[in-house]
Ligand binder design. Structure first.
Ligand code: AMP
Length: 282
């Protein structure tokens, strides 16, 4: 496995692969790998000849009061895990190469980024769309792989690719959970044992909602009423949003037409967690 930090070196290598019509797969990450990341790499490995995993804690997607400085990092461990997963290249650019002095170009996806996480993190998806567009230009993949864990991010990037006619397939892969249901996240290391317990309420609420929808409950009012006691019994959890949304437009809906997503975000102590699940009514 090769580690590349330099932008030009990465792009030259990618263009050389492309000149031979090789298939390139990119898995963009911020590092501090867990099984969720590894599941994307395993899938990516099966989709092309060259598997590139980027590790870049992207400053433009963090707000001024957010956790950019304390975001967990362990580059050595990540390299070992990536090597074991069959990754060909770790691309780890430096922030001052990605955004040199004078940098001023950003990509904005308009509608799907307004609500949910976009409401409390107004510059987040502009940073995500921009960095992913840059990574696509640098790595030239035919396939880019993302997790449904960040569902709004996935839909945003699928819109970006469709709207700008990018020659890349943006693939969403299933969310990976701990055995007790907690969605895997690099930020879970910040949770104290009490906070981790409180955080479990999120997945418990989503599972309960899936069960209610499976039994034919289709209105937001009925489903949310069924979840209320769970949230009331978790005082350490401060809910940012709980939203029943259309799977593609991400607009809030009052009734499940057949399928919908239930998305949740909450703060536990200083840590912000997100989760979501597919709801299907019979
Ligand atoms: P991150 O390093 O947190 O920016 O995540 C990099 C990629 O891994 C994104 O596409 C995420 O959606 C995905 N990812 C993060 N957590 C999970 C998870 N628990 N299951 C599946 N994919 C995940």
């Amino acid at each position: 496995m090769q580690v590349i930090n330099d932008l030009q070196e990465m792009q030259h290598l990618a263009l050389d692969w492309r000149s031979r019509s090789d298939k390139i797969v990119l898995v963009p990450t911020m590092g501090y790998f867990h099984q969720g990341h590894l599941s994307l790499m395993a899938y990516g490995r099966s989709r092309g000849e060259h598997l590139v995993v980027s590790i870049f804690v992207n400053p433009t997607q963090f707000g001024p009061q957010e956790d950019l400085d304390r975001y967990p990092r362990d580059f050595k461990r990540d390299c070992q895990l990536a090597q074991d997963a069959g990754v060909d290249v770790i691309f780890a650019p430096a922030a001052d190469q990605m955004y040199p002095p004078g940098y001023q170009t950003f990509a904005t996806v308009e509608q799907v980024t307004k609500g949910l996480c976009g409401a409390s993190r107004p510059t987040h998806f502009r940073g995500v769309a921009t960095v992913v567009l840059k990574l696509l230009n640098l790595v030239q993949p035919q396939v880019a792989v993302f997790g449904e864990k960040d569902y709004q991010q996935l839909i945003t990037l699928q819109r970006l690719a469709a709207d700008l006619n990018l020659p890349v397939e943006v693939v969403g892969r299933p969310l990976v959970r701990e055995p007790d249901g907690l969605a895997l996240s690099s930020r879970n290391v910040f949770l104290s044992p009490e906070e981790r317990q409180a955080a479990l309420t999120l997945s418990q609420a989503l599972f309960k909602a899936r069960e209610l929808a499976g039994r034919g409950e289709r209105t937001r009012a009925d489903i949310f009423a069924g979840l209320q006691p769970l949230f009331e019994s978790a005082p350490l959890l401060s809910l940012d949003y709980l939203a029943l949304i259309d799977c593609q437009t991400l607009k809030e809906i009052a009734e499940i037409p057949g399928q919908a997503r239930l998305a949740v975000a909450a703060r536990v102590g200083r840590t912000r967690l997100i989760d979501n699940i597919l709801l299907e009514v019979p």
